[in-house]
Design a protein around this ligand. Structure first.
Ligand code: GLV
Ligand code: MN
Ligand code: MN
Length: 443
């Protein structure tokens, strides 16, 4: 009877889709660890700044991996690197995925890199499973998501989305006083002018049908709630300001207190005002950070003559964020007048928030569910290249837990199993969005 049943099953069995992907999280960690070695600081710290020798080595490392997985490589004028896995419908827009490999000073080894190395592994897993894409699938290494070198975040994706003007990019200099174009030309990217470079980088209409990015959460919620996958619904609005104060300096012993106009103290007051204005919003979603505070000449026996502050203000609510920005700028003016120092202020960027597209949100949620993983819909408080990709294509993001929510520090950590989960969800999400075919297996 049992064998008769088995025979019936075999006879009546129709082909069944093998929608399973196998991802070894330890193997992904091993590749991430090799990439982490390309760093200006000794591991576990990772420092990798745009177009430095280690950034160029990381680019070669990623291109080699893309080639190993049969992807065709294209690099644009800004140094964004695309690895393309052709689909049966070569004329369709691609399903694009990717993130960044640059790392702020003394960062960890997962921020951004997971979304590049994990994406290559997701493609590899789909290839091993015999999936044949319909829309092409492309993996992208974005140029300079971090603002470290030129003070501008998401340079590559801003340019791809047409959200960066030549004037804005040319106004940014690195610490050596050099322009992006100059440095890009030296490492083999670039163009004759900044405008040509930006025009060549801009994505064409219809080139991308969907964009999805895998990233560590960089916050504590998934781990705290014991959940596997974050389905990102929106990305908070980031703004960056630069304020400088200039006083007259003087001798720390000789100059009497009433005669001073101490630029350092003006800066200190402004840093405290940032905290005060942010807290006054009354929402935990409003955050503000004075991440850089430099004083000059920087001698114990000299009254600070100059102070330069770089201030980061974010909120999921754009208008509320804008009110905090305005209040901080007003405080800078008031402090400068009261303390009799000269000042300049500059908004480096003040970007709106972005929403994920429902098609990607549901594709990510359905893929996680198919794998038996628990999910949470959540906003991203960190910014990502996805913020700008949302302007050119339906966008979505996949988060995995990271230890204590730590990020931008050397002890950033995600478990191999969480990495395997994230890569598997990315693979199935891309397969859904690509609309390709799975091999059929006989029962
Ligand atoms: C990205 O690194 C951010 O600061 O959100
Ligand atoms: Mn980062
Ligand atoms: Mn990142």
């Amino acid at each position: 009877m049992t064998s008769l049943l088995a025979l019936c099953v075999a006879l009546f069995a129709v082909a069944v889709r093998a929608q399973t992907v196998q991802v070894d999280g330890n193997k992904v960690v091993e590749v991430l660890t090799r990439l982490a070695n390309l760093s200006d600081h000794e591991n576990p710290a990772v420092t990798r700044i745009l177009f430095t020798p280690n950034d160029m080595l990381a680019r070669n490392f990623v291109k080699d991996l893309m080639r190993e997985h049969h992807m065709t490589i294209r690099e644009d004028a800004m140094g964004n690197i695309f690895g393309r896995w052709e689909g049966s419908d070569a004329s369709a827009g691609s399903v694009l995925t990717g993130s960044h490999c640059d790392a702020i000073p003394l960062a960890g080894m997962y921020d951004g890199t997971l979304g590049v190395i994990g994406a290559i592994e997701a493609v590899a897993a789909l290839q091993r499973a015999g999936f044949k894409p319909s829309r092409p699938i492309e993996v992208l290494f974005f140029t300079s998501e971090e603002p470290t070198r030129f003070g501008l975040s998401c340079s590559g994706s801003r340019a791809m989305a047409g959200a960066l003007t030549a004037e804005a990019l040319e106004s940014k200099l690195d610490s050596q006083g050099r322009h992006f174009l100059q440095v890009a030309n030296e490492v083999g990217y670039g163009a004759a002018s900044t405008s040509d470079m930006l025009a060549a980088t801009r994505l064409k209409e219809g080139q991308v049908d969907y964009f999805v990015e895998l990233h560590i959460e960089q916050g504590p919620l998934l781990e705290r709630e014991g959940l596997d996958i974050g389905v990102v619904t929106a990305i908070a609005a980031p703004a960056a300001l630069e304020v400088t104060f200039h006083g007259d300096g003087g001798h720390a012993g000789g100059q009497l207190m009433p005669d001073r106009n101490d630029a350092g103290l003006a800066g200190a007051e402004l840093a405290l005002a940032v905290e005060r204005h942010v807290l006054a919003s009354g929402s935990v979603d409003t955050v503000g950070t004075t991440g850089t505070f430099e004083i000059a000449p920087g001698a114990i026996n000299s009254v600070p003559r100059d102070a330069r502050l770089a201030i980061d203000i974010r909120d999921i609510d754009g208008p509320r964020r804008d009110r905090v920005v305005a209040a901080v700028l007003a405080s800078a003016k008031e402090i400068a007048e009261r303390r009799k120092v000269r000042y300049t202020s500059r908004v480096i960027n003040q970007d709106p928030p972005a929403s994920s597209h429902e098609d990607i949100v549901s594709a990510v949620a359905a893929s996680a569910e198919a794998l038996g993983l628990s999910t949470k819909r959540m906003v991203s408080r960190a910014y990502h290249d996805s913020l700008f990709m949302a302007r050119v294509a339906p966008m979505g993001m996949i988060f995995i837990p990271c230890k204590n929510g730590w990020s931008h520090r050397p002890d950033e950590f995600s478990k191999p199993q969480d990495i395997a989960n994230g890569v598997s969800v990315l693979a199935l999400t891309m397969a859904r969005l690509s609309g390709g075919s799975w091999p059929r297996t006989e029962l």
